[in-house]
Design a protein around this ligand. Structure first.
Ligand SMILES: NC(=O)c1ccc[n+]([C@@H]2O[C@H](COP(=O)([O-])OP(=O)(O)OC[C@H]3O[C@@H](n4cnc5c(N)ncnc54)[C@H](OP(=O)(O)O)[C@@H]3O)[C@@H](O)[C@H]2O)c1
Length: 175
């Protein structure tokens, strides 16, 4: 029922380092079944949308089958990057035109804006993201891909700790 940008970040607001690596993130201790964990979140998701760069990272990081059971859209001008065995669809253009379809397909579940920052910023800029959920790893990167490269305002709903991570949920500020 909500559109959620759910991601992880360094303390200085980067979601990937300047070498394209997520080792700074994946090497940390987290309980997937714990608070703000991926396990419960993934059960609430009915549709996914991600940018082409994130899609390529998923492909390179997880060779083999497509990891997500939910219907997925990849934003790209290069549909040829899709692997033939991946059950994903592509979209190019204004994300506001895609969003009603994502909501419809998700049904009573949520739409997950997987990222990266470029993709999330388009949805946020268009006023389409209801919630921002970020798990912060205990490091800074100094440079890399940014968490959310647009101006936006949020109201904090809850925050907690999951092992190495400080996690928080914000709702889009009204007005
Ligand atoms: N920390 C985390 O949990 C996390 C989560 C997600 C992603 N990441 C990382 O973030 C990095 C990618 O982030 P990013 O912001 O650089 O890129 P991104 O949002 O994943 O992808 C950007 C690309 O998607 C395509 N695109 C975006 N909007 C489009 C639109 N409206 N219509 C058509 N095509 C569109 C464009 O590629 P083309 O025009 O070339 O097709 C654009 O260059 C990856 O390295 C990934 O590993 C980290």
């Amino acid at each position: 029922m909500s559109t959620i940008y759910f991601t992880s970040s360094s303390l200085d607001g980067y979601i990937v380092d300047d070498q394209g690596s997520l080792v700074w993130l994946t090497s940390r201790d987290v309980d997937p079944a714990g608070p703000f964990g991926y396990q419960a979140f993934s059960q609430s998701v009915g549709a996914l949308v991600m940018g082409a760069t994130t899609y390529e990272w998923v492909v390179n990081d997880r060779p083999g089958g497509w990891p997500y059971p939910q219907p997925t859209w990849v934003l790209t001008h290069r549909p040829q990057i899709l692997r033939p065995n991946h059950p994903v669809q592509t979209f190019a253009g204004d994300v506001a035109e895609l969003h009603p379809l994502l909501v419809q397909v998700a049904g009573y579940k949520d739409v997950w804006v997987v990222g990266g920052g470029d993709t999330a910023a388009q949805f946020v800029h268009a006023g389409l993201v209801d919630e921002l959920v970020v798990s912060y790893a205990p490091c800074t990167l100094g440079s890399g891909g940014r968490l959310l490269p647009t101006k936006s305002e949020w109201s904090l709903i809850e925050s907690t700790v999951n092992r190495d991570f400080v996690c928080a949920r914000w709702r889009r500020a009204v007005g």
